[in-house]
Ligand binder design. Structure first.
Ligand SMILES: *Cc1c(COP(=O)(O)O)cnc(C)c1O
Length: 434
């Protein structure tokens, strides 16, 4: 047994005081069972990935770089087959040329919708950056500019689907339904794959040929089942989140029905060229290795999220999800109702980073967002949010969204450091800690 005191001294060297460390240890002790169940999911998903890699005969040649047009890129084509198998799709598009999650979603939407079609979100307002993609906030090149209309059915107050309103929203123009798995910057519950399955089955009963797309950002490998196994036609995500495992330096993916993926490929490159072109530029090894590591990285992030939830819940803050409920993404929100506490939290996360630990996060206007945003990240890959990071719009209710952690130990340090900053500035009830 490792001496508790030696470990405490180790944390003290990094700036965590004894009170905060011991408080964290008590919380961690209470989470053993939850952590064991996360370990089991990671083990299941690790087997899924190894099996897909073996089936598709991943070899050392797959890591070679291609340049120029990128014709006959074995690594790229094999990786797309591996993704398709992992996520139970017919095909996949996995590219460094897809610059981020928003780009992947915009690509999936634009390529599968035509003028006169309608897009429906049955789960309320989509992620902030999609507002401009769709044209909810006017923007150049939005779907609205191309004559694609949009409708939305909000969730009920208690987070349930409003089936009546969804039924009314579906009409002859409805071509594609977008379902966001993760709550993003909203304060609603994240959808489990089970709930997504119920929703899709309801929608397909009304309109069988509608395309059901799931924004899978932050959801990959959190559960044993993925949305394509729940009836979705297409899933979309970012490689600097879960499936890149922290190693992918950029990129996005779209997986699902062959036709949906083909449409996306034609828009990404060009009609007629589709998946046949697109040089892999030397990123293949990191894409493969990142996917291989993704289940354990997601496991670490989940442990961090649950640890944070339990710490801040014990201190009387609103946390979503709460400390004990089941998890369907890696995001944890903590509502501070206080801009100073929100800022202190983010500064703690920053101070715990391996990279850029000495800089101080400040609220700033970010493209795609309608208010100032504060972000904390000291990442190896710029903007990577599978790495320990925290952010949130600086507006009431001053909720911070916390996610990632390539290792559980780093996530733990980050959360303890956030608490340390709040503790030092008297922004938490000290009696609850000592
Ligand atoms: C992160 C995220 C996006 C957008 O991804 P970016 O890579 O930041 O462009 C979209 N939807 C959800 C739910 C996300 O979490």
């Amino acid at each position: 047994m490792h001496n508790h005191e030696i470990m405490q001294k180790q944390y003290e060297r990094l700036g965590i005081c004894k009170e905060v460390y011991l408080f964290g240890s008590r919380i961690e002790e209470s989470l053993k069972q939850r952590f064991a169940s996360f370990d089991q999911t990671a083990e299941f998903n690790q087997m899924k990935i190894i099996s897909a890699m073996q089936k598709n005969k991943v070899s050392a040649e797959c890591f070679n770089a291609s340049s120029g047009y990128g014709y006959n890129d074995l690594g790229r084509d094999t990786l797309e087959a591996v993704y398709a198998d992992c996520f139970c799709g017919e095909d996949a598009l996995v590219r460094p040329q897809i610059t981020c999650g928003t780009h992947a979603l915009a690509l999936a939407l634009k390529s599968n919708l035509r003028p006169g079609d309608e897009l429906l979100s049955p789960v309320g307002k989509p992620y902030d950056t999609l507002e401009e993609v769709i044209g909810i906030r006017p923007s150049k090149g939005s779907l609205a500019e191309y004559g694609i209309s949009y409708r939305q059915a909000d969730l009920l107050k208690d987070g349930r689907f409003d089936y009546e309103s969804i039924r009314r929203a579906i009409n002859p123009k409805t071509k594609l339904v977008t379902i966001q798995r993760s709550k993003g910057y909203a304060t609603r519950p994240t959808l489990s794959v089970g709930r997504i399955e119920e929703l899709i089955s309801f929608i397909k009963k009304i309109k069988p040929d509608v395309i059901c797309m799931v924004d899978n950002c932050y959801g990959e490998f959190v559960e044993e089942k993925e949305p394509l196994e729940a009836g979705a036609d297409m899933i979309v995500g970012s490689l600097i989140k879960n499936p890149g495992g922290g190693l992918a330096p950029a990129g996005g993916y779209i997986a699902g029905k062959k036709e949906c993926v083909e449409n996306a490929a034609y828009l990404l490159t060009s009609p007629g060229l589709g998946k046949e072109v697109g040089a892999s530029l030397g990123v293949m090894q990191s894409f493969y290795q990142g996917l291989f590591l993704a289940p354990t990285v997601v496991n670490s992030a989940l442990k961090g999220a649950v640890f944070a939830a339990n710490i801040y819940e014990a201190l009387g803050f609103d946390v979503l999800p709460n400390g004990s409920e089941s998890r369907h993404d890696i995001i944890q929100s903590v509502t501070f109702h206080n801009p100073n506490a929100m800022t202190a939290f983010c500064r703690g996360i920053q101070a715990a980073a391996p990279v850029d630990s000495y800089v101080t996060p400040e609220p700033w206007a970010m493209p795609g967002y309608d208010s100032d945003v504060i972000m904390a990240a000291g990442a190896f890959v710029q903007g990577s949010s599978i790495e320990l990071s925290a952010d949130g719009p600086l507006k009431p209710p001053y909720a911070v969204y916390f996610q990632g952690g390539l290792t559980w130990y780093h996530a733990k340090l980050g959360i303890l450091m956030s608490l340390q900053k709040l503790y030092e500035q008297n922004l938490v009830n000290r009696d609850l800690i000592c």
